[in-house]
Design a protein around this ligand. Structure first.
Ligand code: ATP
Ligand code: MG
Length: 286
């Protein structure tokens, strides 16, 4: 039997574009028309379910989907048994506690006996318990930031990325309680056949992620500084050195992480490197 895996991704929202871009960068083609809730790839044994992110952990733990892409905040909140296969590095955000701007705040004891509105009662409850704070939790499903101004709660616990929504609602962030990014999750009981497809997918995701964090660097250098330059940009095995038409000069090609490039740029220039080009890498298989 030809096996196929099913992956649950967010239908629309802050996870969906990056989830679908990642799949596309893995060379997996599929049709994603508006309103379509299910789609099968034309060139990889994978089927997509487009869902609300709240439902993704449950679908994966129940085995309705084999894989899912979801924010860790949603995953931990839903508390379903699944395996995290990979952290994906996008949809980064944090869950924080916030209170009205004018309030004086020293530490977490501020919240003793207070009321807090949130869409994350489990994460918040666990956090408060770990700090020995008794507070009343009001679960609401959206627009949490207005809770203090309408008298529903004295503080909130919600997702923050830049903090501008808090500010617009007259709130200030006082504690960060959870850091989140998108993760690839899997059902814990996949068949061997499905696992081998998952491995093929992971191989591609790794190649895409490596490519993103690395750059192809080309530069010209006088031959006498080649040794120094090779030590600064050693590359995957070693750099490629090609002679330039001009006597005494070479072109050096290498691969290195972007961070490393910025760390080494001054030394490269000091060693005589010039005409430095940094080129993106689409995929990288080591
Ligand atoms: P759905 O309709 O699927 O239930 P939603 O409204 O619950 O969507 P979104 O606002 O689309 O959720 O956010 C989805 C996930 O993206 C969040 O659970 C969180 O992990 C992450 N996220 C939320 N806000 C941001 C942000 N400002 N920046 C980056 N990531 C974010
Ligand atoms: Mg949701």
């Amino acid at each position: 039997m030809n096996s196929i895996i099913r992956i649950a991704v967010q239908k629309s929202g802050r996870l969906s574009d990056d989830s679908l871009s990642l799949i596309k960068e893995c060379g997996i083609k599929f049709y994603n028309g508006t309103g379509k809730l299910k789609s099968t790839s034309t060139n990889f044994p994978i089927e997509f379910l487009f869902l609300r992110d709240d439902d993704i952990p449950g679908y994966v733990s129940d085995g309705v989907a084999d894989l899912g892409i979801v924010g860790e905040n949603e995953l931990v909140e839903k508390d379903r048994e699944v395996e995290i296969l990979k952290r994906l590095g996008f949809s980064k955000c944090r869950l924080s506690l916030a209170i009205p701007k004018g309030e004086h705040y020293d530490d977490i004891r501020y919240f003793e006996g207070k009321s807090l509105a949130t869409s994350y009662p489990k994460i918040l409850g666990d956090y408060l318990r770990s700090k020995n704070i008794n507070a009343e939790i009001h679960e609401i499903s959206g627009s949490v930031e207005i809770a203090p101004s309408i008298g529903l709660a004295e503080g909130i616990c919600d997702i923050v990325s830049s903090g501008s929504t808090l500010m617009m609602n007259g709130l200030k962030e006082v504690e960060e309680i959870f850091k989140s990014e998108a993760v690839l999750i899997a059902n814990k009981y996949l068949s061997e056949e499905k696992l081998s497809i998952v491995d093929r997918l992971l191989f591609r995701i790794n190649a895409v992620q490596k490519g993103k964090s690395n750059k192809y660097v080309l530069l010209n250098a006088p031959n006498e500084s080649l040794e120094k330059i090779i030590s600064l940009i050693p590359g995957m095995r070693s750099p490629t050195i090609l002679p330039l038409a001009q006597e005494g000069w070479s072109s050096v090609h290498s691969v290195l992480s972007e961070d490393q490039f910025w760390k080494n740029i001054e030394e490269l220039r000091a060693a005589g490197a010039e005409g430095i080009l940094v080129v993106p890498i689409e995929k990288m298989v080591i």
